[in-house]
Design a protein around this ligand. Structure first.
Ligand SMILES: *[C@@H]1O[C@H](CO)[C@@H](O)[C@H](O)[C@H]1NC(C)=O
Ligand SMILES: *[C@@H]1O[C@H](CO)[C@@H](O)[C@H](O)[C@H]1NC(C)=O
Length: 577
């Protein structure tokens, strides 16, 4: 067994290209805070916690450092600290509601104070919340939660219990692994390996080697799913980061081997333009249908390409990422006619579907991350392509953000129907270049918020739902970390205030209908709200810059996993290229 987290700096990763530009005073202040935190937290984290021996933060690439503004710097830090506290308070409210009314069941019903069991009934909200607690410094809550699962085994909670592979992987396994990496707690190590053993038969139950939809908790037989013959692109691929890290810490080859074999099915398909079909056959591992999307059913497949490279230097994954992003930029990214809002839609049987899903709002964060971490001297990623990715990241993240700021209640709808007279962004951009680059590039112009629904260039889908989803604040967080533009923080704070005001209930937080009108609360509290939405908001306002992209990579449920290098011995044993 290997020691848990790899927190040492890896030279392979690109560092921010700008030199540190904050003043000595600020550095000294932050240094003191780090020393103080190490001193206070030392007994809890030993030598392996999230506060590493070396300083684990750096200022983001900054456009806003201006020493003559130094006098306002301290005030600003106090403001962001206070805002961070507001997020922590919201988390504590949500956690208390879950703990008092729903634990050890899966999720709280935030209106009635009841509970539901949609994800195996082992307490998914607890598993999804552990690392958030650790990051927020809620150590008492963390210790109590781990204590409450120390004797747990993943046994059936209902007759004929099948565990859904994808949700169980990203929420439970991802949550356990991240909490383990942060705390080094051995209970979590045991649970991670048990969960891995429970889920691994999913790969052996199909001819193609793609994971089946679900696994029987006792027997390991699989259900390729009632009547379905296909697996979704996102569900088949969003296990890479989790199982590869699990393989690293347990030394078990099977974890690496099974997920890599599934990944190879997709590489072998060599899809045109790097665009992956929504559905794939379990039997022969070939794509079916003619629907291309980067949203629901495909999303994290694209996200995990650059993240596999970031996690352990997987070059094949990086090459596929660049090819796929190219395909997305050349085919799926559009701008609206009047406000010039950039969006990413779907392609169905060759025709464009002008629709922006909230779920697709992770893409700008992925593009910004890739542009930030890929090395400057990589010939496969020249500067003009990096700039293209940065513009796309900015434009898409802005549309996602303004889709909140436009609404009466300050939250964005789950699906936007975009004006069908949108134009392909890359064409507009090339025209702008040919015509002498006057003004800002198209799609990157930050038009002001618009209260009149008739002038927005899109309509909210009925019923105007905001489901406490994280993707927009996730991208805002990455844009802030990679650009240092404080406007991203301000937009994120406006969004947090709206969520805190309009979705809070007596017991927790609830999804709502009516982002632009009168609000109805839905009786639910998805675990992703604690795992993702509140974590990204907290980190957005966090000046200590914990969980940086040179040590950590977030899984698709916002669980940070350590970046590591395979040793020569592991490469040989697992046949890693
Ligand atoms: C720096 O900030 C000051 C005060 O806000 C402003 O007057 C000045 O123009 C800024 N300098 C630069 C180089 O942006
Ligand atoms: C892909 O599968 C999903 C889920 O089974 C289904 O809803 C969707 O219609 C399928 N898409 C195509 C293009 O076959």
């Amino acid at each position: 067994m290997l020691p848990p987290p790899a927190t040492e700096s890896l030279s392979r990763l690109a560092k921010p290209s700008n030199p540190f530009t904050k003043s000595i005073t600020r550095w000294f202040g932050l240094g003191c805070i780090v020393v103080f935190v190490l001193w206070v937290a030392g007994p809890y984290v030993g030598s392996i916690g999230w506060v590493p021996a070396e300083v684990d933060y750096y200022p983001p690439l900054s456009q806003n450092t201006n020493t003559s503004q130094e006098s306002t710097q301290v005030d600003n830090e106090l403001i962001w600290d206070a805002r961070k506290e507001e997020v922590r308070e919201a988390f504590k409210h949500a956690w208390a509601g879950y703990k008092n009314r729903a634990m050890p069941n899966d999720e709280l019903l935030a209106v009635s104070g009841g509970y539901s069991n949609k994800y195996n009934g082992w307490g998914v909200t607890l598993f999804d919340s552990l690392d958030t607690m650790w990051i927020m410094g809620l150590r008492k809550e963390f210790d109590e939660a781990v204590e409450s699962i120390k004797d747990l085994h993943f046994r059936p909670t209902k007759p004929n219990h099948y565990a859904p592979f994808f949700e169980t992987t990203i929420r439970y396994l991802g949550g356990i692994l991240s909490a383990y990496a942060l705390s080094g707690n051995e209970v979590l190590f045991r649970l991670a390996d048990e969960m891995g053993q429970l889920l691994i038969p999913a790969f052996d139950g199909t001819e193609s080697g793609l994971p089946a939809y679900s696994v029987h908790v006792e027997t390991g037989t699989v259900l390729a799913d009632a009547g379905k013959t296909t697996v979704l692109f996102s569900e088949a691929t969003s296990c890479q980061l989790e199982f590869k890290y699990l393989s690293k810490i347990t030394g078990k080859k099977e974890y690496y081997e099974r997920v890599q074999a599934a990944m190879d099915v997709f590489y072998r398909a060599n899809v045109p333009d790097g665009l992956f079909h929504e559905n794939w056959s379990f039997k022969d591992g070939k794509p079916t249908g003619s629907h291309f999307t980067i949203g629901a059913n495909a999303d994290s497949g694209y996200e995990y390409m650059i993240k596999q490279w970031l996690q352990s230097g997987d070059v094949k994954a990086k090459d596929q990422y660049l090819k796929s992003m190219n395909g997305i930029i050349n085919n799926l990214i559009y701008v609206t006619p009047n406000r010039g809002l950039m969006y990413v839609g779907d392609m169905d049987h060759g025709s464009m579907v002008h629709r922006l899903e909230h779920l697709s709002c992770y893409l700008p964060g992925v593009l910004a991350l890739g542009a930030h971490v890929l090395p400057r001297n990589d010939p496969s990623f020249p500067d003009d392509v990096r700039e293209l990715h940065q513009w796309a990241a900015h434009g898409l993240a802005y549309t996602c953000a303004v889709s909140y700021l436009d609404q009466k209640n300050g939250m964005g709808a789950d699906i936007l129907h975009m004006s069908s007279s949108g134009r392909l962004w890359i064409n507009e951009l090339n025209k702008w270049k040919r015509e002498g680059r006057v003004g800002k590039p198209p799609g990157v112009t930050d038009p002001p918020a618009e209260r009149d629904p008739g002038k927005r260039d899109y309509f909210n889908n009925f019923p105007n739902a905001y489901l406490l989803r994280p993707e927009t604040v996730e991208s805002i967080f990455v844009l802030w970390r990679t650009t240092g533009d404080v406007q991203w923080r301000e937009r994120g704070y406006a969004i947090f205030k709206a969520i805190n005001e309009h979705t809070r209930t007596e017991y927790g937080f609830s999804p709502i209908h009516g982002v632009d009108g009168s609000i109805t609360h839905l009786d639910d509290m998805p675990s992703w709200f604690l795992a993702e939405t509140l974590k990204y908001l907290y980190l957005l306002f966090d000046d200590v810059h914990s969980i940086t992209s040179d040590h950590w990579v977030f899984n698709t449920e916002a669980h940070p996993l350590p970046i590591f290098e395979w040793t020569e011995a592991e490469k040989k044993a697992f046949t890693i290229p």
